[in-house]
Design a protein around this ligand. Structure first.
Ligand SMILES: Cc1cc2nc3c(=O)[nH]c(=O)nc-3n(C[C@H](O)[C@H](O)[C@H](O)COP(=O)(O)O)c2cc1C
Length: 467
């Protein structure tokens, strides 16, 4: 299934349904598996409630959400961004009965082995739930208060029929909530939502400002109040229209080795301890669907989602560093480890300032190992342009900046220390003022009309020349 999914994703193909997946027992599952939901940028944008060409508007809206004090006051921001108003006004609708609770299995009959959870890669430790939306809340909060709830996508290894491993990395919302329960020695209620609606799935994966609840935001994207229902066995609320919900408790002290699993870097992560969830109930729709994906060396669905999310982040970045023209994080470099930034260059040292501002600005850039700064006349999404400016505008003895002992993804095994590594900034912009003492080259450009004439001429001549 992973191989078929990868092939269809590479071909830009549709969402797939595997109708009768085979379980470990050899029997066919009654629950079909859906993959490739976010296999194209168009479908990611649709999941966010916009077409691809309106992504920039949504990005500007996100920038407004982050801005602490809009210049002309909140009223002005509200009038400029009607969606912001909708987001702030959206209150979830609490329902008492829900499609996701059409079937309820509590206690021993809540059995994970009935789900068609994929084992994706040859050396994976076992079945892995790859699209869970994990809902948690901090100790002392009210189950009804969705503003304190966190929804994050954290892969979950199936340990046995009733236990899962919660792989929230330490800086994630789920991990912070767990720490609040651990400090009181209490077990934490958790709901793992499978097959949430696309807006909820994407909101849970988006690095939203901490003040914005993912569940409220999903409602704003969908343009409707999110419908939530109380869980059957834990004090939490879940989306009423999801396919399947796994309810349970995460122990304050029990951990289990998670992995190894193939990851979005293209390597297997080593096994590491993470908290264990003991399931108390499974609820699902009549005839539910199980949503899955694989993670692996790009392209994979997270890489496609990452590219769209990076476009959404551009207005937020430009609000703080206005001279940035464009920013590209090549998906092939795992969506965040390498960045190319183009700037309107105006003063000496500007490229270094921009690179340092980027590293310090959003948490997601602290793992960007390498930034290449180029002028606005180079397209950061075009490797030919990047190679040309690196070859002609950059001197390694002057234009390379190396930082030491900066934060790094601890999964990056190339760093000398886990979680601590170097960064490289390469200034491939035109050197101006005191940056150079030499006369700089002048960019050659042909005459536009000549080029248009030539292109037309060659297009007409090619068939005659037998090409
Ligand atoms: C398919 C997929 C799998 C992911 N797996 C994990 C994971 O295992 N652990 C993790 O900490 N983040 C994982 N992420 C990233 C988080 O979901 C993402 O950073 C999210 O913004 C975290 O939300 P939070 O800030 O509320 O914790 C995954 C994302 C996707 C799209």
């Amino acid at each position: 299934m992973t191989a078929v999914h990868r092939a269809v994703l590479e071909a830009g193909g549709p969402v797939l349904q595997f109708s009768r997946p085979v379980l470990d027992s050899g029997l066919a599952s009654e629950i079909p598996v859906i993959v490739n939901l976010f296999g194209t940028a168009e479908r990611v944008a649709a999941g966010l409630g916009v077409s691809l060409d309106r992504l920039d508007e949504l990005g500007a809206f996100l920038a407004a959400l982050r801005s602490p004090a809009p210049p002309e006051g909140l009223r002005d921001a509200l009038s400029r961004w009607p969606m912001l108003k909708a987001a702030l006004a959206t209150r979830p609708k609490m329902v008492k009965t829900a499609p996701v609770q059409a079937v309820v299995r509590e206690g021993a009959v809540a059995d994970l082995s009935k789900l068609p959870v994929q084992t994706h890669w040859p050396r994976d430790a076992g079945p892995l739930i790859t699209w869970p939306v994990v809902i948690t809340r901090p100790h002392g909060s009210s189950p009804q208060d969705l503003s304190c709830c966190n929804a994050g996508v954290y892969r979950a290894q199936v340990l046995d029929r009733s236990r899962l491993i919660m792989r929230w990395l330490p800086h994630r919302g789920g991990a912070a909530h767990h720490r609040s329960w651990v400090s009181r020695g209490a077990k934490m209620p958790v709901a793992v939502v499978l097959g949430a609606d696309p807006a909820t799935l994407l909101s849970a994966a988006l690095p939203l400002p901490e003040t914005v609840s993912e569940l409220t935001f999903a409602g704003a994207l969908g343009g409707a109040r999110p419908r939530m229902v109380p869980c059957k066995s834990v004090p939490l609320m879940v989306p009423a229209d999801a396919e399947i919900v796994l309810e349970g408790w995460v122990s304050p002290d029990e951990t289990a080795p998670e992995g190894p699993f193939g990851d979005h870097t293209g390597y297997y992560n080593p096994a590491e301890p993470f908290p264990v969830m003991q399931m108390s109930a499974v609820t699902h729709r009549e005839n539910p669907l199980y949503l899955s994906t694989y993670t692996g060396r790009p392209p994979d669905e997270p890489a496609i989602i990452g590219e769209v999310f990076n476009r959404l982040a551009l207005p937020t970045v430009q609000a703080q560093i206005p001279e940035i023209r464009d920013l590209w994080l090549p998906p092939a470099a795992c969506s965040y480890r390498v960045a190319v930034v183009s700037i309107e260059k105006r003063y000496p040292g500007q490229a270094r300032r921009v690179m340092m501002a980027l590293w310090g600005m959003l948490p997601q850039f602290s793992y960007t190992k390498m930034i290449v700064a180029v002028d606005a006349d180079a397209d950061p999404r075009n490797w030919d342009d990047i190679a040309w400016v690196l070859a002609t505008r950059m001197d390694p003895s002057r234009d390379v900046m190396i930082l030491e002992n900066t934060p790094m993804d601890y999964l990056d095994f190339a760093s000398p220390q886990p979680g601590l590594a170097g960064k490289i900034g390469i200034d491939a912009t035109t050197k101006i003022g005191s940056e150079t003492t030499r006369e700089w080259g002048r960019v050659m450009r042909g005459v536009a009309e000549d080029q248009a004439f030539a292109a037309d001429l060659v297009a007409r001549l090619m068939p005659e020349l037998g090409a």
